[in-house]
Design a protein around this ligand. Structure first.
Ligand SMILES: [Zn+2]
Length: 105
């Protein structure tokens, strides 16, 4: 999955991007799956041409919820979005909506 969709899906699922996949509960995995399909669906629905345009080209018209929006308020809770580099890829997330939770069973 591309970085944009990963960032968007994690935000939708309210999951901390730094959490290892193996720590996710079944409920969280289901939320992530829903976040992935929702994010891809919305991205495709927004596209009016045959190719996906990049955020760099879109500039202020960035259509994503959080991707490329570090330093801006979270669309859900208005907390300022944070950027971390993980495995060479920049990840943007909301430190409030997506904070690490106690491990669920
Ligand atoms: Zn938030």
């Amino acid at each position: 999955m591309g970085n944009i969709q990963a960032v968007e899906a994690l935000w939708r699922a309210r999951l901390d991007p730094l959490r290892p996949a193996s720590s996710l509960s079944r409920r969280e995995v289901a939320a992530l799956a829903a976040g992935i399909t929702g994010s891809i669906h919305d991205t495709l629905a927004r596209e009016d041409g045959p190719e996906i345009r990049y955020v760099e080209e879109l500039g202020a018209d960035n259509p994503f919820d959080v991707y490329g929006k570090d330093g801006e308020p979270c669309p859900r809770c208005k907390t300022i979005l944070t950027r971390v580099v993980q495995g060479g890829r920049a990840t943007v997330f909301c430190p409030r909506c997506q904070r690490a939770r106690r491990r669920e069973k």
